[in-house]
Design a protein around this ligand. Structure first.
Ligand code: PYR
Length: 556
């Protein structure tokens, strides 16, 4: 039986026990979530995800899970792709009924960048479970277990797999980073086990866990818990596959990898190569290497359609051990730096990111805490501020709002608390909180919010729409308007969505099963005085003409 059958017939605890009993290494494919989040600014569209889901179901039924949802994909789908993230989940669910679907959940930050009321987190998790998520990887951006409990309990209530993830930072073998030593990770593992986790995730979001340290860490965790261990890392340094193989030697149960064409650099290490390296060993994954190659050829073609979103990364770099930026943040921050005119000063930004981390007390850096460190580093480089300036009690500094909020306690508490002097300076006398932020947020009145949303939409809001609106009121409202105007744009092939059609092009769009449109683009007129062009085309054989704003004029 596949992993999903096991979950459905015997429940998450039995599935976890089964994971421990396997001699083979279980593999999660991250291509549909972290792969493109880390390489293509999260821009992969539902069309390209849905097209291959059935092939996975047929050719790779032995995968542990498909990570295909959550993290940054949720808001980017609505914000930049005019797509409904729930539609994507349904598409994969429908086409891969035998595979476990996995999502990344930021604890009390849901799939957003700030803490939500507890009942919003619970509602979101329940809806994601009802809509098809089987495995929830839950983490907190400061590794504060208090801030993970609401989300973890909601996953347990839904009878889905609760993978509680520990974010790895620092270096357990470096005595100068003693704050995050082996004892710290062992204690966290035990705490998460007591909190009800079915699986322990080691989320090495920046790819800092070197092979030697992986050996020491997984050996210790293997002794500390009977729960299965699931290792996630990034290949920014170029050495991640060695860490994966070291973890495998020490008994890790499951590992993350991205399909070859979406692997390497800031993404996960290469799935096909890891599978090949283990083939014939005691821990053979059992996955079909020819099927992996075929699926990766598909992804290779897909990646070509997103060339505009590729970063200028030239290859792996050991600089990641200095700055410790998560793979999912690296290219975004570089882009932000470029937009501020700091492109040629990128290595200074990277050094400053490390300096800010030290100044903040050496914290875990992952969404959203990583964004706060990035915001501060950019401000400091662009306004020529040094850490000494920032720490000087007599020097005025305009701190970014995200920094003020984090030091107020709005994202929770780091181990050992915030550096007191800096906190005083940032908060200018305002008292910080030290309790769980969610405990201070009044519960949302879900009925009232649903009524408000239904009025906005002019139709009853679905449960999924409500969940989106609770996470992102403005982004969802804008998306809903676009959805009304343009219809399901996810039905369009990617080149057409990004670049449109040229005269002579024809296209068949499947709106639903058995319901298609055939569009033939015939001619595009010259722009008129008002900045509109006339587009002549055939729709299911009928001649049509529309006027659309001239793209060149709209952009200038
Ligand atoms: C996210 O929260 O989106 C990460 O990838 C860590």
């Amino acid at each position: 039986p596949g992993t999903r059958d096991l979950l459905k017939s015997r429940g998450p605890k039995a599935l976890a026990k089964w994971m421990r009993e396997q001699s083979r290494v279980l593999v999660t494919d991250t291509t549909m979530r972290d792969g493109h989040q880390s390489l293509l600014a999260t821009r992969m569209r539902t069309y390209d995800v849905a097209e291959i889901a059935e092939a996975y179901a047929r050719a790779l039924p032995g995968l542990f899970s498909l990570e295909c949802w959550g993290g940054a994909t949720f808001d980017v789908a609505m914000r930049f792709l005019t797509e409904d993230p729930w539609e994507r989940l349904a598409a994969v669910r429908d086409r891969a009924p035998n595979l476990l679907l996995q999502m990344l959940l930021r604890g009390s930050n849901g799939v957003g960048y700030t803490n939500y009321p507890d009942n919003v987190v619970r509602y979101f998790v329940a809806q994601a479970a009802a809509s098809g998520v089987d495995v929830f990887r839950v983490f907190d951006c400061l590794n504060w277990v208090e801030n993970m409990r609401v989300a973890m309990d909601a996953v347990l209530d839904a009878d889905k797999v609760c993978e509680a993830a520990i974010c790895y930072t620092g270096d357990i073998l470096d005595p100068d980073r003693a704050k995050y030593d082996l004892k710290y990770y062992v204690a966290l593992t035990r705490e998460l086990e007591r909190a009800g986790a079915h699986v322990i995730g080691i989320k090495d979001m920046a790819g800092l866990l070197k092979p030697g340290a992986a050996r020491v860490l997984f050996r210790a965790l293997r002794q500390a818990t009977d729960l299965p261990l699931h290792f996630h890392t990034h290949d920014t340094s170029g050495i991640a596959a060695a860490s994966v193989l070291a973890a495998v030697d020490e008994g890790v149960d499951a590992v993350d990898a991205a399909m070859d064409a979406f692997s390497g650099n800031t993404s996960q290490p290469c799935l096909g190569s890891i599978v090949a390296a283990l083939a014939g060993s005691q821990r053979d994954t059992g996955l079909d290497q020819a099927a992996i190659r075929r699926i990766s050829f598909y992804w290779e073609a897909v990646r070509g359609r997103y060339a505009a979103f590729e970063s200028d990364l030239k290859g792996p770099a050991s600089e990641v051990y200095l700055h410790e930026m998560p793979g999912g943040q690296f290219t975004n921050l570089k882009e932000q730096a470029r937009s501020l005119g700091l492109e040629s000063r990128w290595h200074e930004v990277a050094q400053m990111y490390a300096d800010v981390n030290k100044m903040f007390g050496d914290i875990v850096k992952v969404t959203p805490s990583s964004k706060v460190v990035g915001d501060m580093a950019l401000v400091m480089v662009s306004s020529e501020l040094t850490p000494e300036d920032v720490l000087d009690p007599d020097k005025d500094v305009a701190f970014p709002e995200s920094v003020v909020q984090m030091f107020k306690g709005d994202l929770g508490q780091p181990p050992g608390g915030w550096p007191a002097d800096l906190q005083k300076k940032i908060l200018k006398g305002e008292e910080p909180i030290t309790v769980r932020p969610g405990s201070l947020l009044p519960p949302a009145d879900l009925d009232a919010v649903r009524a408000e949303l239904s009025t906005k939409l002019g139709a009853p809001a679905s449960d999924e729409d409500l969940a989106s609106y609770l996470m992102y009121p403005k982004v969802f409202s804008d998306f809903a308007k676009a959805r009304d105007t343009y219809g399901p744009t996810s039905a369009l092939p990617t080149p057409v969505y990004f670049y449109g059609m040229a005269p002579g092009d024809d296209l068949t769009v499947e709106l639903e099963k058995g319901k298609s449109l055939v569009i033939v683009c015939q001619a595009i007129g010259e722009p008129d005085e008002d900045g509109f062009v006339r587009v002549f085309f055939e729709l299911n054989g009928q001649p049509r003409m529309i006027k659309v704003p001239d793209r060149n004029r709209a952009q200038s």
